[in-house]
Ligand binder design. Structure first.
Ligand SMILES: Nc1ncnc2c1ncn2[C@@H]1O[C@H](COP(=O)(O)OP(=O)(O)OP(=O)(O)O)[C@@H](O)[C@H]1O
Ligand SMILES: [Mg+2]
Length: 257
């Protein structure tokens, strides 16, 4: 199963979800690879790898044709491997444009190791640049994290419209595995209203699991730790563990694993 975390919006919990979903799946005994496609390298940083140690990275895979075996690294956590992101990815638009099938480079690069993993989780940068298109084109499904308290329903509908056009353009139609409500703060009434609204509008396309706002989730990356290494009893850890179960059951039901 290969899935991408995508949203045009920044700061909605894509990276936090990629890292902690990957970590919980690995802890349940699955073989997991996280691919960091963001030039900011936040997922790599969250797993303890700083920019100066980020090479070789996904940039060497996509832009430099380096074989994936030389780019994958172990994270020191059983079952959890990583392809880092690095600044050079920011040159992706220019460099990839010169290649044939610019949006297929990640799919091509992952092909030799696909069977080695139960889950490959791709953390896309915000937006729908050629990097995110590479993530989508390599994926069997995608997940859209949204933050209810600053959700603009029209913008979300426009985003799904944009996704349709892009999927046509790249001739790949990975299904939506689910919309994930993140940083949910039920102390404010507006959150309750928006959550109810989005569940009414999108129904079963919304994960039942909600990720609450939880300061431990924001602290863990600074220590280079997943929430399970940092505070496995926190509300954030419980929520991501629960999400892991739901991702497995949805993937199984959809015949994707
Ligand atoms: N459930 C949560 N509770 C509290 N803080 C959170 C939660 N989820 C994410 N954060 C924090 O919010 C910020 C944005 O999260 P994150 O980096 O995961 O979003 P993103 O969508 O990957 O952002 P970008 O678009 O910049 O890549 C980070 O500082 C992160 O630590
Ligand atoms: Mg991110």
């Amino acid at each position: 199963m290969i899935l991408s975390l995508v949203n045009v919006k920044g700061g909605v919990g894509k990276t936090t979800t990629a890292v902690n979903l990957g970590a919980t799946l690995a802890r349940s005994g699955l073989r997991v690879l996280i691919v960091d496609l963001d030039p900011q390298g936040s997922a790599s940083f969250s797993l303890g790898i700083t920019e100066k140690d980020a090479r070789p990275s996904a940039a060497d895979l996509l832009l430099g044709d380096r074989p994936i075996r030389e780019v994958i690294r172990e994270t020191g956590r059983p079952g959890l491997d990583l392809v880092t992101g690095s600044m050079e990815l920011a040159e992706g638009d220019l460099t990839l444009a010169r290649k044939r099938d610019p949006e297929r480079q990640l799919a091509r690069a992952l092909a030799p190791v696909r069977r080695r993993y139960d889950f490959i989780i791709i953390d896309c940068p915000p937006g729908l640049s050629v990097l995110s298109l590479n993530g989508l084109a390599a994926s069997k499904a995608y997940v859209v994290p949204v933050v209810p308290h600053d959700l603009d329903m029209e913008a979300l509908n426009r985003f799904f419209g944009g996704m349709d056009r892009i999927q046509h353009a790249i001739h790949r139609h990975p299904p939506l595995l689910g919309i994930l409500l993140t940083m949910v703060d039920h102390r404010t009434r507006v959150t309750d209203e928006v959550v109810a609204g989005i569940r009414a509008a999108f129904g079963r396309d919304v994960f039942r699991t909600e990720i609450p706002i939880n300061v431990r989730l924001a602290e863990a990356p600074g220590y280079g730790k997943s929430i399970f290494d940092y505070q496995s009893w926190s509300k954030g850890a419980q929520a991501y563990a629960h999400l892991g179960g739901e991702v497995i059951s949805r993937s199984t039901k959809a015949g994707l694993v």
